[in-house]
Design a protein around this ligand. Sequence first.
Ligand code: SF4
Ligand code: SF4
Length: 669
Amino acid sequence: MNPWLMSLLLYVFLAMFAGTIADRYWILRAGEPDMRWDRIGLRLRNLLTIGFGQKRLLYEKAAGRMHVAIFSGFLVALLRTLTLIGRGYDPQYHLPFLVGPVGVAYAFLKDTLTLVVLVAVGYAVYRRLVLRPRRLHLSAEAVLILFWIATLMITDLIGDAALFRLQPDFPERTGAWVGNLLTGMFAGSDPATVRVWFEIMFWGHVILVLAFLNVLPFGKHFHVLTALPSVFMGRLTPSAALERMEFEGRETFGVGKLEDFSWRRILDMYSCTECGRCNDACPAHLTDKPLRPREIITDARDQAYELSDHLVAVGKLKAQGRVKEAAELIAAQDRPALVGEVNSEDALWACTTCGWCVSACPVVIDHIPHIIDQRRHLTMMEAKVPPALQNALKGLENNSNPWNVGAAAREDWIGDQPVPLLREKGRAEYLLFVGCAGSFDSRNQDVMRALCTLLDKAQVDYAVLGTEEGCCGDPARRVGHEYLFQMQAPVNVETFKKYEVRKVVTACPHCFNTIANEYPDFGLQDVEVIHHGELLADLVAEGRLKVGAAAAAKVTYHDSCYLGRHNGIYEAPREVLSAVGGLDLVEMPRNRRAGFCCGAGGGRMFMEEDLGTRINHARIAEAAATGASEVCTACPFCLTMLGDAINETDRSENLRARDIAEVLLENLE
Ligand code: SF4
Ligand code: SF4
């Protein structure tokens, strides 16, 4: 065609692109190190299922299919673009593996997907401009990109049509059915006119593709390039497991500036598609708190782009190991504070760490560590915590419980019930980790006593630690007091080791998550951790607990975020309830993976909720709307929040909240 022109275009556009990508790379290097290439097999599986398979997008039918269509079209069109670039040098060029029947099959696939992409783009424009889902911004950039994509598809098809008119025996014509059909539009045109059409479509397509590449890094469509690496380098641990923070050799703790984030968190910022799925069911956002998880990511990204030159310089210094000079450069930079101005303190404290955002994000952005890292800065660097939380932290420091009750009272809940203590018994198959709520909160003490009665009836060999138990550390860790958490966790781990504990059962999903997913970083190995919902379901299934029938009643089950979404335990508590004859288990609209938070996680249990409406009120309204007379839970925090909401909204005559253990105990044969 025209090798000189093609070379010039490639040189100009690719040089510009390389310059932009180099800047983006140095910005990543301005972040802290983070190892993200271990367990390659698992990473490849995530790449295939979440990245190429678009698994999370398909949670939503219409929008998900639309995106899958566009994504598939793009993958196929990539080969087409390479072919067209080759044809700039040799008009008959084909990629070596796309010749003969394979080339014909590819042409068929390409034309079919091109049409599919056009339909998907049409739907996307309709959705943005007419349907206007609440979660999407009305963004000119998004609409422009959609038209850009459509134009790419159209120039490709018309270019093919003109080519086939000029060269009726072109090899792939039999497969390129749409291009072939469109040759009709040139009926009666003289070859010179068709040639002009072909040249315009060919060069127009090539220029649009190369320009598209250069536009991508400047907006949310950068995800086209970063989403797959982002998925490959995503976290592999359970979503509520926070990474251990190292204190040695550090002068600052948590994230107070962009440069304190790891490079992986900056990659998260590049990859956000601004789809708003994270905002969609965020309990804080839906109850009018100032938190929107999407904006936590994109506001930080916008600041990164504003500080681009500075971050590039920092990145280059860090890459050369000139850490002191990098630190001086960072200290000299005047900019709005990341914590407090870019992300408001109220927004950071509003998060319940429910995990909805993390589970919904199609490019596996990890909002919770973004937020907790900034809370760590507030808590440990600035000593700025909400007033109500101060008492809880004092209690955790002095008495190892957030209720700040004397540590010596930790086993008072036992009363005269024959609950075995490990220090007296020596060994037991199960350590029942009671947790602070079960130990100190009167409502949850009832649950713990019911659970112990059930374990006794099923002749389970168990014991509790009593005053040797300390807080698992969940509240301290979620509010950003990592130092306190790292004081608490090893104490419990050492106690477990002292008694050679091999199995831990707990009625608290927060204790469950911390012990199962976070204690291994503190030396707990080869210990099986189960939730009481699972143990009770097994005891019922094995016939060790014989269940009778209740008076006919409708009940609903509320999924604890830390048990369900974060740890995938949805069915066991439901099996316990379903085993009770007479109970009609009805589901709330938001259940299992889509379950709605009670508002207590992330340390929110110990803070005032004075912004917006109350999360537990929203949830209890949903439970009441099912017509159930009972809302059952398997979490002490949820039980407290739902019980409070029932009282505060005057529903106590028609609705009550109970733990599954209480329901089971009441209905044993
Ligand atoms: S973890 Fe839950 S509360 Fe926190 S930002 Fe995500 S969706 Fe919102
Ligand atoms: S963080 Fe994820 S879910 Fe939220 S807007 Fe960005 S891409 Fe969408």
